[in-house]
Design a protein around this ligand. Structure first.
Ligand SMILES: Nc1nc2c(ncn2[C@@H]2O[C@H](COP(=O)(O)OP(=O)(O)OP(=O)(O)O)[C@@H](O)[C@H]2O)c(=O)[nH]1
Length: 612
């Protein structure tokens, strides 16, 4: 291709993301677009092609962003190349959203025609505005009987401040409006800027580890071009590599001769060490480097931390290796080694939220074949000691002696809860119960209210979202960000099994809830810890003071005992189940403790428990 061909080519590129509140239909819209542009044949079409991780399919949610190249023959007679980047909608993954937006010129803002604008619709729309993207409003699910397009248009205008008169109306379910949407991508979203003749400047917006090809970098080319054999340099560390392959995802990897300005694709360069690449870094040409790196990404700090231990201690190095590879794919993941008296060698891992934690645990177990024990998640605390030092702890076992502590500060979030006005009372009641401090309340239109609370992060990460959903019949949506630290009367609760404190079971709790939680947890553990050949005493203690106790009676019996003789299949099933369960057990001292025990603190306040 000549230079002038390449310049022409740039005019016909459109890079876009799809953003929306969870479940408003981003992935389904992406599927329809792939189908209509014949990127994926009908036969190959599986639902939600872009959600290629098993976990994503099973849960029906998008976790990782995915970039796909497709060709569209527009009504103006030209063939356009779209790079479509699907993004997750759950609040835990908003970091992924900002990463993909930095690679685009435009965004489709998808809003459910029945549900209307929700908290993440607004949050994602603002992210798109911050990234100077052209926003195309799309009202989806117009096939639903409860769809109210006019109302949603008004909401988009009043609540987000974007004119929605010409919003594209779609039903991703039956394909209505997708043809118009494709045209609007061509007419409304600008072609990428950037200069073909300038030195290579590319943004790494994602990366994965492939055991054959090494690190595979997902990139957006902002200036210049790159081809096989080129020497590239990573600007954050100066490391140089020779390019071994470039290509695009369509939706599977398709090698190309080159990637040029405006393109979104992948690069491999025999990068074997996972540590060398960082998402957000700029790639340039080794021999003719660019002067300025791209702005990159803000560093993301985890919200919750949990200990992760291999059930089999010999698998510690495997776990390290797996975390290293996952981190490459998920820049928000943080970890460092820690040891627990009870659980041995493991890692303290930081997550963006509990869903993120769940997903990481599942990926480690499935993709890396590891059996893991995870300890109860905790936020981090700032501890100011009597001699004036400050330390940040993310593990209850690091808590200094109470006599040395002058003050404990906990992370506070500013939570924006959007609800129809009839539910404001329910939201306030819940927030007050969770130690919230009311800030303000804004009417977004005649019907929606944005209620703003300061809330302790520790209260919000557990079951706040679920409680919010149930107390508002699913109408509330939530967005939050850390706003600072405030002093709080927190205490460390130790759990003792047969008088021995088990470090991995201790947790930090507010003084006002301490007794109640202590009682709840020993009751819960009594049901979780199986009977053993000896009696197990369970105690909850603050310092030297025992606040609650319970006992698991001694008992040893063949689990298949109660079954009637004949039914062998059922017996085998039960034995199998018991075997699988064993994989997630840990010997703590002499006591066998199942995984569920370490998570019991999460279920505190559970209604089920109260009923027991
Ligand atoms: N009736 C109807 N249902 C739709 C339409 N589009 C999507 N859905 C359904 O809405 C649900 C959510 O759709 P997804 O495409 O997974 O939503 P998403 O926004 O990608 O969700 P996340 O990736 O988890 O953020 C699925 O059950 C879809 O089948 C539509 O136009 N009409």
């Amino acid at each position: 291709m000549t230079d002038s061909d390449l310049k022409q080519r740039q005019k016909y590129i459109r890079n876009l993301s799809i953003v929306a509140h969870i479940d408003h239909g981003k992935s389904t819209i992406a599927d329809r677009i792939l189908e209509m542009t014949d990127t994926v044949s009908k036969r190959e079409m599986e639902n939600q092609v872009l959600d290629d991780m098993d976990i994503e399919r099973e849960r029906g949610i998008t976790i990782k962003l995915n970039a796909v190249e497709l060709k569209y023959h527009a009504q103006d007679g030209h063939t356009y190349t779209f790079h479509l980047i699907d993004t997750p909608g759950h609040v835990d993954f908003s970091y992924e959203v900002s990463r993909s937006l930095a690679a685009c010129e435009g965004a489709l803002l998808v809003v459910d025609a029945a549900q209307g604008v929700q908290a993440q619709t607004m949050a994602n729309a603002y992210l798109a505005v911050d990234n100077d993207l052209e926003i195309v409003p799309v009202i989806n699910k117009i096939d639903l009987p409860s769809a109210d397009v006019d109302n949603v248009k008004t909401e988009i205008a009043d609540m987000i401040g974007i004119d929605a008169t010409n919003a594209v109306l779609t039903s991703a379910k039956n394909g209505t409006g997708i043809a118009e949407l494709l045209e609007r991508i061509v007419t409304d979203i600008p072609a990428p800027k950037g200069d073909l003749n300038k030195p290579l400047k590319a943004l790494i917006f994602d990366s994965v580890y492939d055991s054959y090809r090494g690190v595979v970098l997902s990139v957006r080319i902002f200036d210049g071009q790159v081809k096989i054999g080129d020497k590239i340099k990573l600007m954050s560390n100066g490391k140089e590599f020779e390019v071994t392959e470039v290509g695009v995802m369509s939706p599977k990897a398709v090698p190309r001769q080159f990637l040029a300005v405006g393109d979104v694709g992948y690069i491999t360069a025999s990068i074997k060490s996972v540590q060398d690449t960082r998402v957000g870094d700029t790639i340039t040409a080794a021999e003719r480097p660019t002067d300025h790196a791209l702005a990159g990404y803000r560093k993301i700090t985890p919200m919750v931390y949990s200990g992760m231990y291999p059930v089999d201690n010999a698998k510690f190095e495997d776990l390290r290796d797996a975390l290293e590879k996952l981190q490459l794919n998920d820049a928000s993941l943080e970890y460092e080694p820690e040891t627990s008296q009870a659980l041995g060698f493991g890692f303290r891992v930081g997550f963006l939220g509990l869903l993120h934690m769940d997903v990481i645990q599942e990926r480690l177990e499935r993709e890396f074949n590891l059996d893991l024990i995870m300890t109860a998640p905790s936020v981090n605390y700032k501890i100011i000691t009597n001699n004036g030092t400050m330390q940040v702890i993310d593990n209850p076992s690091q808590m200094p002696e109470p006599s040395d502590i002058k003050e404990i500060q906990e992370p506070i979030v500013r939570a924006e809860i959007m609800v129809p006005k009839d539910y404001v009372g329910a939201v306030m009641e819940l927030s007050e119960r969770k130690r919230g401090q009311f800030q303000t309340m804004d009417y977004l239109d005649n019907y929606h209210v944005n209620v703003i609370y300061k809330l302790p992060l520790a209260e919000i990460i557990y079951d706040f979202f679920d409680s919010l959903k149930s107390s508002t019949h699913g109408f509330a949506s939530l967005d939050y960000s850390i706003s600072g630290y405030e002093a709080a009367k927190m205490v460390k609760m130790d759990i003792l099994l047969n008088k021995e404190p088990v470090d991995a079971l201790s947790f930090i709790v507010h003084e006002d809830f301490a007794y109640e939680r202590g009682r709840e947890i020993v009751q819960k553990l009594k049901h979780i810890i199986p009977r053993q050949q000896f009696e197990v005493a369970i105690q909850a203690a603050i310092g030297n003071k025992i606040v609650a106790r319970s006992t698991v009676k001694a008992y040893r019996k063949d689990v298949t005992g109660p079954l009637y003789g004949g039914d062998q299949t059922r017996k085998n099933k039960l034995l199998d189940k018991q075997k699988r369960g064993k994989k997630r057990m840990k010997e703590v001292g002499k006591v066998t403790v199942p995984q569920a025990a370490f998570m019991a603190v999460l279920q505190m306040g559970d209604d089920d428990l109260k009923k027991k």
